[in-house]
Design a protein around this ligand. Structure first.
Ligand code: S3P
Length: 421
């Protein structure tokens, strides 16, 4: 375990491209591996989570050649039975359940200690309604998937989860009839956008997505832009230290840009430029200059899926704002890579912030500059490690992040970016 020592940073000012989008990389690798034909995916994230997906797809028979950050994929044309290790990656395990449920073969899916504690019932229940045979340990991994014939369902999701929606849509491709999935809140729609680009007819009306079974995927060349959930760390660090930070070529899909709504709420001085369309996904450059009004923010149910992974670093930001910031309806954070409500509260307190736990989130009171001068252990949760690095840099005394190498899960160059010139 490495310890990352962080001195207070006067002005964190940088122009950078951040880690590529994790959600889009998973999907581009997985869907193209399941497709007919060859494809190229450029600018992929080579973080540990996506490497787990690449390893699983190779074990199932897809040919994936990596050259730098490009993946050249030859679809498997049917998957072979295999033992699949998903590491720390919930997206890999949940999406694979959907993808494999209708294929001929048997798969054993396992993960690390954190993934083995996370709820899988949320995908097993709807997939079982379609006829899938998935065996778990009381709704947790390790799982066994026995591919079988599936039928379409109309499913109303009890949780706002893009992973669950995606698993059902992937299973629906191999099911008989037309499946509909209705979300309780809109979640990231990368699956829908990518399936469309691969020739799938998919309809959306309001919160409902529908697709007919029996549709084949055609390999599609994809370019992956930066991940706004990774950009969040340098952007917040810039805001808290009064440095201008410019992150180029970031994904700005509206289902992901809750952090920009927070910048609006707090009255930050920020700007979006160079907006483009990248295969149906919006991208652009985000520049932050100063906290501006520094008003407190309020996060509620509707917004949550649009910034679900940014909560730890937004809680750090809240310490520097001018009032009580409220995060509610955030129960989902309890079942991420760690219990991120508990972890965020201990992070904020360790650095000298003031936070109160509520049933579904937390209330953070302003303290001005954080004191710091502490050590923090993110317990293997990548986003907690990076949020703690921001807290340390923006504090009076800095801090130490123990086991900070877990940032590799989603942002392999994080420490280089953070400490680099
Ligand atoms: C993801 C969806 C989110 C997010 C995760 C990636 C995805 O999870 O937290 O990091 O790629 O679909 P849920 O859909 O379970 O909320």
């Amino acid at each position: 375990m490495s310890v990352f020592k962080i001195q207070p940073i006067k002005k964190f000012a940088k122009r950078l491209t951040c880690a590529p989008d994790k959600s889009i990389t998973h999907r581009a690798i997985m869907f193209n591996s399941a497709a007919d034909g060859n494809s190229e995916v450029r600018g992929i994230l080579l973080g540990e989570d996506c490497l787990s997906t690449i390893d699983c797809m190779r074990r199932m028979g897809a040919q994936i050649e990596l050259k730098g950050d490009a993946a050249f994929i030859k679809g498997a044309g049917g998957f072979k039975s295999a033992e699949l290790y998903c590491g720390n990656s919930g997206t890999t395990m949940r999406l694979l359940c959907g993808l494999l449920a209708s294929c001929g073969g048997e798969w054993a899916l396992s993960g690390d200690e954190s993934l083995s504690k996370r709820p899988m019932g949320r995908v097993i229940i709807p997939l079982a309604q379609m006829g899938a045979k998935i065996f778990s340990q009381n709704g947790r991994a390790p799982l066994k998937v026995s591919g079988t014939k599936l039928k379409a369902i109309d499913y109303v999701m009890p949780v706002a989860s893009a992973q669950v929606k995606s698993a059902i849509l992937l299973a629906a491709l191999g099911a008989e009839g037309k499946t509909s999935v209705t979300e309780c809140e809109l979640t990231r729609d990368h699956t829908e956008i990518m399936l469309k680009s691969m020739g799938v007819e998919i309809e959306r009306s309001g919160k409902t997505v529908k697709l007919c079974g029996g549709q084949k995927l055609c390999g599609s060349n994809i370019e992956v832009a930066g991940d706004i959930s990774s950009a969040a760390f340098p952007l917040v660090c810039g805001l808290m230290t009064g440095g201008t930070v410019c992150v180029e070529n970031v994904g700005l899909n509206p289902t992901r840009t809750g952090i920009l709504e927070i910048f609006e709420q707090i009255g930050a001085d920020y700007e979006i430029t160079d907006e483009k369309d990248c295969g149906g996904e919006k991208t652009g450059t985000v520049t932050v200059r100063s906290l501006g009004h520094a008003r407190a923010f309020n996060i509620t149910r509707k917004m949550l899926p649009r910034l679900v992974d940014e909560i730890p670093v937004l809680a750090v930001l809240a310490c520097a704002l001018g009032g009580e910031s409220i995060i509610s309806d955030a129960e989902e954070l309890r079942v991420k890579e760690s219990d991120r409500i508990a972890a965020t509260i201990s992070l904020v307190r360790a650095f000298g912030g003031s936070v109160e736990e509520t049933e579904s989130g937390m209330i953070i009171s302003p303290v001005g500059k954080l004191k710091g001068g502490c050590a923090f252990n993110p317990r293997g949760d990548h986003r907690m490690a990076m949020a703690a690095a921001v807290a340390a840099a923006a504090s009076e005394k800095g801090g130490e992040i123990e086991g900070g190498e877990c940032a590799n899960v989603s942002y392999p160059d994080f420490w280089e970016m953070f400490f680099g010139g």
